[in-house]
Design a binder for this molecule. Structure first.
Ligand code: G1P
Length: 263
């Protein structure tokens, strides 16, 4: 199976960074020397993706379009008219995906130091099974994510169930869903039937549960460093981590010296 399409849901309002996102799409907030979306697009093209579909809202469309028209990949834009959840955003791309498997990248979730999307593409290419990225998290953080239950066979998880944002004490494991997926068309019938779930939203996780219950969902555990671009503190940390990648170790040493001289 050859995976050449990717969907990027980018309709969210970015409420945790409201002073910035009032005037700028959160995907265009800079990460080191370029807007965050550029890093995501680079990750997709490095994994062999040839066509992108960005799902956005009417009021973010012009800014995103102006920026991405120069990117070295063909981008189709589709509008999510209401913020009804991640599952709903993916449904918007139903016709564009046609009968092809597709990658799904959540742009405020970044993974450094592991080419996880490339690994997912290869895994689905050889197994034909929908597969998503999983990161181990401490128990007190699990309620922020989708959490997978299943058998971990050397970093490949045979997922038997998934829970979106489980309440404290009800986490099925410490494996949190990370915003990289490669999905086969088998997801569509489940997504069509999904009713509003956690937070009143149409949750992709609830459609993925259907695949998991059939034994048709895998996870790849990533040891990469995860960065959440949706909050100010983690966005700052991501800038430093990616800054070290772009400008090298000397830059990081200078930065440490600066911090230490002020403490
Ligand atoms: C979404 C998914 C969740 C996943 C998370 C990763 O949640 O619904 O399963 O763990 O992305 O970032 P959101 O962060 O959009 O609430």
């Amino acid at each position: 199976m050859h995976i050449r399409k990717a969907v990027i849901p980018a309709a969210g309002r970015g409420t945790r960074l409201e002073r910035i996102t009032l005037v700028n799409a959160k995907e265009l907030i800079p990460l080191v020397d370029r807007p965050a979306i550029d890093w995501i697009v680079k990750e997709a093209t490095s994994a062999g993706i040839e066509e992108l579909c960005i799902i956005t809202s009417a009021n973010k469309l012009a800014a995103l379009y102006a920026h991405t028209e120069d990117l070295p990949i063909h981008v189709t834009y589709l509008i999510q008219s209401k913020p009804k959840g991640l599952g709903h955003a993916v449904q918007v791309a139903r016709d564009w995906c046609d009968d092809d498997a597709f990658a799904l990248l959540l742009p405020d979730d970044l993974v450094m130091g592991d080419p996880i999307l490339t690994r997912l593409v290869q895994h689905v290419g050889s197994t034909g099974k929908s597969t998503l990225a999983l990161t181990e998290v401490p128990q007190e953080k699990a309620h922020l994510y989708g959490v997978a239950a299943g058998m971990n066979d050397g970093g490949v998880v045979h997922i038997s169930d998934l829970v979106e944002k489980p309440p404290s004490g009800r986490e099925p494991s410490n494996l949190s869903v990370t915003g990289r997926y490669v999905l086969t068309p088998e997801i569509w019938p489940f997504l069509e039937k999904v009713q509003p779930g956690a937070g009143g939203e149409i949750q992709l996780t609830d459609a993925l549960r259907g695949l998991a219950h059939q034994g048709n969902l895998s996870g790849l555990v990533t040891q990469g460093m995860r960065h959440d671009l949706g909050s100010a503190e983690s966005w700052l940390k991501a800038n430093i981590a990616y800054g070290a990648e772009v400008y090298g170790k000397d830059w990081l040493d200078d930065f440490h010296a600066l911090i230490n001289s002020n403490s």
